[in-house]
Design a protein around this ligand. Structure first.
Ligand code: UDP
Length: 320
């Protein structure tokens, strides 16, 4: 899918985070003028420092929950700012709610003023602890609004609702992606999610902590596949939500065993309490992405895990 990207200007929020940094890399590489924005509460400048010398990259240190000012023209906005791992949004519940609600409202206002197209990062969490399996986009979800994950899930559901309202009422061009579990280089080792937790434990010689009995399932997508899906969705003409994820489903216990095997560690699995409202099963139905975007994931878990493990191994902490 080749676009005329010369001199197109794009704002990427959450630029210093895991997904945001990969998006900044992709869009600068495609020749866009990229403005990365981040308040750095969970992101790190280390993720984007290699982009600073580029003539088509600039960085604004800003919290999008406050009024967002961008001088000049803007063609696209990708809203990826938010704490996104369960321990982060439990630690920062109010910021999580604000970036999904007030932040999204500010950016929609900016998109309207600039006549820009806006894509929002929604999530499989809008399906909550799903009673439909696999999850397709027509499923309305099973979310506990007052549970610990409610701050993230409901902020993202509100984000979808206000984005649709701007589309329907103001005629704004909008895109909604529902992202399922994604992994790859630049995840934070201490973000509490299963993959960095297991790899960090393997590297430090700690036992592997599986929550519950490990029978809950997830489906892990490699970051390059996700970025390709986002790219295609942005340039499609489809405004309803699209799931992007890898349908290769695995139980968390088997996932832990795969990581033990890959890392050659001799650690054992220890079982800890399952967090409240932890979804029991999750697998995307990606029929819509296949039909509309001609997209499907290409990187196998085996391949993706190897690349990710090599990244973690190369961190200064593990270089003696
Ligand atoms: N999990 C685990 N051990 C850990 C971290 C997470 O067993 O050290 C489990 C967690 O309870 C969930 C699954 O792994 O069932 C995926 O968790 P993650 O935080 O990666 O993402 P989620 O899909 O729950 O947002």
């Amino acid at each position: 899918m080749k676009e005329d990207t010369s001199a197109k200007r794009i704002l990427i929020t959450g630029a210093a985070g895991f997904l945001g940094s990969h998006l900044c890399e992709r869009f600068t590489g495609e020749g866009f003028e990229v403005i990365g924005m981040d308040n750095l509460i969970t992101g790190s400048l280390k993720n984007i420092e290699h982009l600073f010398p580029l003539p088509n990259f600039e960085f604004y240190h800003h919290d999008v929950s406050k009024f967002v000012f961008v001088p000049g023209k803007l063609d696209y906005i990708l809203h990826f700012a938010s704490p996104a791992s369960p321990i982060d949004y439990l630690k920062m519940p109010i910021q999580t709610l604000k970036v999904g609600s007030l932040g999204t409202h500010n950016l929609l206002g900016l998109a309207k003023a600039k006549k820009a197209r806006m894509l929002i990062a929604s999530t499989s969490e809008v399906y909550g602890d799903p009673v439909v399996h696999p999850q397709n986009e027509d499923y309305w979800g099973n979310v506990n609004p007052v549970g610990p994950r409610g701050v993230y899930d409901e902020a993202k559901r509100f984000q979808e609702a206000i984005t649709m309202a701007y589309h329907n009422y103001h005629g704004l061009e909008t895109r909604i992606i529902r992202i399922f579990n994604t992994y790859g280089p630049r995840m934070r080792l201490d973000d509490g999610r299963a993959l960095p937790a297991f790899m960090g434990q393997a590297l430090r010689g700690h036992d592997i902590t599986v929550f519950g009995d490990g029978s809950q399932t997830r489906s892990f997508c490699y970051v390059d596949d996700l970025v390709e899906g986002i790219y295609r969705l942005l340039f499609s003409d489809y405004h309803l939500p699209v799931n992007i994820g890898n349908p290769d489903e695995i139980s968390i216990k088997e996932f832990a065993e795969e990581i033990i095997k890959l890392t050659g560690s001799s650690q054992k699995i220890i079982y800890q309490e399952l967090p409240v409202d932890d979804p029991k099963q999750r697998r995307p139905d990606i029929q819509r992405a296949r039909e509309i975007l001609d997209w499907e994931p290409k990187v196998s878990r085996k391949e993706g895990l190897k690349i990710t493990y090599n990244y973690f191994k190369s961190l200064p902490e593990f270089q003696q």
